[in-house]
Design a protein around this ligand. Structure first.
Ligand code: MN
Length: 318
């Protein structure tokens, strides 16, 4: 018998166009040279993800694609018997229990980006937590309340159950910087739509001020230091990322993309629109044909890339 001290670290990624670009660029950094990046075909990704083995000395790591595929995190859940706490770091709780999900068909595991965290509790031995940026917390609470109200008027739940579910929702909320339970296995899932000025998969998910990627990296480090982190997954970037020239000097705490502050979000939104600003905005004269200048595209994409890099470094390296 021997102890394999040099178990090579594996990172699985679902190979859409954005992830392929991100991984290609990660590979150029010395730190990541020893990491084995393993591509998963988009077709049948769920089935392949379910088969990912548990490494012995570090967490299993998965990069899923856009926010719509966040439920791949459910397929990636830990397969052992021990209880697992999953912390979802996200702009949305993704915790819609089946009793209040109007689309749920009894007896069928329907899992999607709005309910996967609840499904992990319902079908795996998981307890959920969600850490939402404060901009998202209020709207998430209101949305959940509407679901409860609908379920009550459709008589799918009683008044008492409504109160219980409302309490259950509240009890799963945590702060990003909160400590992790020491006596359970941990699984962290990061949806990068929870990051400030991140180039998310849907325009309405792009927000100005949310989490700093460095704060998420810190939280991941905290989990890793307990020695109980078994699973880590991340995703959420728009697809496809436009071609860009990498700019390493973006400040992750306070990113500026080379546009006036008030044009930061419009510039990101323009990338959903072929790289052109909407007619609504008054632009500097130098912006030919209302196009987002190349250096700005480079900066927006470099920042998105650096979010992945920073957080993956926290999970993979000491
Ligand atoms: Mn999500």
């Amino acid at each position: 018998m021997y102890i394999n001290i040099s178990e090579k670290k594996k990172v699985y990624y679902v190979a859409n166009r954005s992830n392929t670009k991100i991984v290609e660029l990660l590979r150029k950094f010395k730190k990541f040279c020893d990491v084995d990046f393993i591509a998963i075909e988009e077709k049948n990704a769920a089935r392949q993800i379910k088969r990912i083995d548990q490494p012995k000395t570090y967490p299993a790591v998965l990069i899923w694609t856009t926010g719509y595929k966040h439920y791949h995190s459910f397929c990636f859940d830990y397969k052992g018997d021990e209880k697992v706490i999953k912390r979802n770091i996200d702009a949305h709780p993704d915790w819609l229990p089946f009793v209040i999900d109007p689309t749920y068909k009894r007896g069928k595991v329907e899992v999607n980006y709005s309910n996967h965290l609840a499904r992990s509790e319902e079908f795996h031995n998981y307890t959920a937590q969600f850490a939402l940026p404060s901009v998202s917390e209020i709207s998430a609470g209101i949305e959940f309340y509407f679901y409860l109200d609908d379920a009550l008027s459709a008589k799918r739940i009683s008044k008492k159950e409504k109160e219980e579910l409302s309490r259950a929702f509240d009890s799963r909320k945590v702060k990003l910087e909160d400590n992790y339970e020491k006596n359970y296995k941990l699984h962290i899932s990061v949806d990068l739509d929870s990051v400030s000025s991140f180039f998310s998969a849907n325009e309405i998910w792009v927000v100005g001020i949310a989490f700093e990627p460095t704060a998420i990296a810190k939280s991941v480090r905290l989990a890793k230091d307990t020695g109980n982190l078994v699973r880590f997954d991340i995703g959420g970037c728009y697809d496809p990322l436009p071609d860009f020239e990498f700019n390493p000097s973006i400040n992750l705490q306070n990113p500026s993309f080379g546009v006036p502050m008030k044009l930061t979000i419009p510039a990101i939104l323009a990338l959903f629109n072929g790289g052109k600003f909407s007619d609504y905005y008054i632009l500097p004269k130098s912006y030919v044909d209302r196009k987002v200048p190349k250096n700005v595209v480079d900066n927006i994409c470099s920042y998105a890339f650096l979010c992945y890099k920073k957080i993956l470094e926290a999970v993979l390296f000491d």
